[in-house]
Each structure stands twice: as structure tokens, then as C-alpha cells.
Write a new protein. Sequence first.
Length: 295
Amino acid sequence: MDSDLRQRLAAYLEFQRELGVERLRITPSSLAALAPASAATAAPAPALAAAPRRPQTSAASSMPPFHPAPASDPVPSSLRTPAYSPSGSFASAAAPPAAPPADPAAELVHIRADLGDCTRCKLHRLGRRQIVFGAGNPGAELVFVGEGPGADEDLQGLPFVGRAGQLLTDMIQKGMGLDRAAVYICNVVKCRPPQNRTPESDECAACSPFLRRQLLAIRPKLIIALGACAAQNLLAFKGSLASVRGRLHPLELDGWNTQLLITYHPAYLLRDPSQKREAWKDLQIAMRFLGLPRA
Ligand code: URA
């Protein structure tokens, strides 16, 4: 076994052990699935953090390709909910569906420029150092949406770079077998709430149009909402997070249709590691939907 495959196997086994899996059957096909995916070997996508004003015209086309989903639908209907359009700050205007942007990377740069040195909500005067716009592949088929930047993110200008970010990276890389640079990661609010409190509804309302524009620029096949804040801003629902996770929710934004999966926030998983197994089940739904080899 070559050293790269050995390392990948060790990382995968460690991830499974953290999930509480004690016995695992390794077959030739599971070993084959650990071989580097094309998405994992391509050059990393440029981060879009910290207001890149420079036009990026063709970055999307050079992004790592994603595994195509199989033609037949691998997700049983029991894991789907009926079509749904979000309400509140995410409600679509009654306008006809906008055409997909020709250049998602350039569109993201444009959105970042529109956001500017934002003062639309009170978070700008509550101690934020910088805006954390989002980072990753503008051509991603998978987008993760978190709540809002914490202290590390505020310092670095990048989403999910602290402890919770490390766990998210492990979930993406060790669990799903993707390179973090192949996906796109952003938050509902782009500025750090003081003491890492949950963003308030007026703050989410001020920032949500930018999240919606990011999603409409990237048009991923699947959005994964991390935790209740992201879930509630993308899908109006009553009840607990547990009641909406574990299945795909059709989501319509301005006439464009995609799928939403809701799972636990990595910070919650750090506090209650016993829920990691449930989060792993959610990731497996995502992997099946996206046709990823480890699913
Ligand atoms: N938690 C979040 O919700 N987002 C981040 O970027 C970091 C921690």
C-alpha cells in the first residue's frame, strides 16, 4: 500500500473512531474509494475572503471538478420533504428566475464589493475586526452555511478556521473524502457577534440578501446548513433541529431550485461528541445525493 493511501486510510479510521465506530470492514472497494478524488487533487480554489476587488474572470472554470451525481436518484423519497420556498428575509421576490451568472467567481467578487465596509446592522460597531465573506470554490456543488464568524474567523477573515472549523474540515476531508477547497463555506452573518452570541434577527435580515446572492452565484447542487441559525434562515420551520435534520429539503431561491440538508453545527458536536454519529448520517445522505464514492 503506498504511503498516500496509508495516510488516507489512517485519517479515515481515526475519523470513524471519533464517531464511536469500533469495528469497520475494509474491502477492496472501500480502499478504492479512499484513493484521491479528482476534486481533492486539483489546485485549491482562491479564498474570497477579505474583499478581493481584483476581477477574477475565469476562476470558476478552473475549479476542481466535483463528482457528478448518478443519473438515478440515490436518495429515497422518505428522505425528502415536499418542495418549499423560504419565507422571511430569504423569501424570493415575485421576479422571474434570474439567469445563472456566466462567471460565478466574478459574481462573488461583485457581491463582496457591494457589501463593502458594511454598516447595515449593529454588528459593525460591536467589535468586529473585519468582514468574513466566505471562502472556497465558486463552482462548488456543495456549500456549507454556518452561523457567523467567531474570534479566529474575525482575526483571519476566513470562515471556520477555529476549533469548530477544524472539525468541519475533518468532516469534509476525512469523512466525505473531499478537499476543503472543493466546497464553498460561508455564514449567515458576515461579522462576528459579540461574545459569539447567536446573531439576532435584525442582523440576519440585514445580511441574508448577501447570503442569498452568494448561493445564487454559486448555485450548488446541495446546501448544508450547520446548526439552527443557518437552518432557520434558509428554511422556515417550527420545532427542533432534530426534527428537520436527516433528510433533504427542496429549496427554491428566486426561481432556482436546489436541495438543503440540515445538520448539527460543529461547535455543538465539540460540546456533545455523542451527536457526531448523527451528523455522520447526515453527511452520508449528502454523499449519496452527490454521488461521492465513499457513500
Ligand atoms: N462558527 C460559525 O458558525 N461560523 C464560523 O465561521 C465559525 C464558527
